[in-house]
Design a protein around this ligand. Structure first.
Ligand SMILES: C[S@@+](CC[C@H](N)C(=O)[O-])C[C@H]1O[C@@H](n2cnc3c(N)ncnc32)[C@H](O)[C@@H]1O
Length: 242
């Protein structure tokens, strides 16, 4: 597994989606993360990028915050942006931490880039203490499949949201911007839920928020799809051994 595309395009992510640049983070993801991280003492941010969610964990009072990411170009900027978190290079399927060493783990828009979903979620379960929480943010895997999008059919006079081949697991590079190719994995929602259950992670809350106003204002065509969520958030709890 290489992370060459992320090394090459880390700046595309940092400039377009962090430091207040992206309304979905500012209006939706950061507030949800703050709400559900409050009260956690030791937080691990898996696939932390330049650290925007790790910094939220510090802002809401966590005493120990660690971010892990395989991409050096992300970690270098994370270090410069400062704050309480510390950072380590690593990937989700092999987390460099002892069992039960965190009371919260967060993964934000990361698992759709990870091939080894079962071992990565098993690792989340392993490093969480019993009763610990897992905050899981994903591009909505049902409604944002490859090939999905708003269709305005002038011949049949129909407008609808097309869903691509949902049940087919699929991985490949997607062009996110001119020349910016990023590896994505599509898998159906049950793959995530069942892998979480196998890892002892039981879902206690689910959110499918509507795209926030700042996103809808960016283009007229986005308003057509205002009832189609882009984000899925799951809050899971690590089971205590019986
Ligand atoms: C879309 S960015 C999200 C960054 C950060 N979580 C945030 O919300 O700003 C995805 C991140 O996942 C990281 N990543 C890719 N594959 C990974 C893997 N196998 N394990 C952990 N992180 C990975 C990338 O390096 C990148 O920083």
């Amino acid at each position: 597994m290489t992370f060459a595309e992320w090394e090459q395009h880390a700046r595309w992510w940092q400039e377009g989606f962090t430091d207040g640049a992206d309304p979905e983070y500012v209006e939706q993801i950061v507030p949800l993360a703050a709400e559900h991280l409050r009260g956690a003492k030791a937080v691990l941010d898996v696939g932390c990028g330049e650290g925007q969610i790790a910094r939220v964990a510090g802002d809401v009072g966590a005493r120990r915050v660690v971010g892990v990411d395989p991409t050096w170009a992300q970690l270098a900027v994370a270090g410069k942006r400062g704050g309480p978190p510390t950072y380590a290079q690593g990937e989700a399927r092999l987390l460099p931490f002892r069992d039960a060493s965190f009371d919260a783990v967060v993964a934000c828009l990361v698992f759709e880039h990870i091939e080894a979903v079962d071992s990565a979620l098993a690792e989340v379960g392993r490093v969480l203490e019993p009763g610990g929480r897992f905050l899981f943010f994903l591009n909505h895997p049902l409604l944002q499949t490859p090939g999905s999008g708003w269709i305005d059919d002038h011949i049949l006079d129909e407008q609808y949201w097309r869903i691509g081949p949902y049940l087919v697991e699929d991985s490949g590079l997607e062009e996110m911007d001119k020349g910016v190719w990023i590896p994505f994995v599509h898998r159906p929602l049950h793959r995530y839920v069942n892998a979480m259950a196998a890892a002892g992670l039981y879902i206690e809350r689910m959110e499918e928020p509507a795209p926030p106003p700042g996103f809808l204002e960016r283009a007229d065509e986005y308003k057509d799809a205002a009832t189609i969520p882009r984000l899925l958030f799951l809050l899971a709890r690590k089971l205590s051994p019986s």
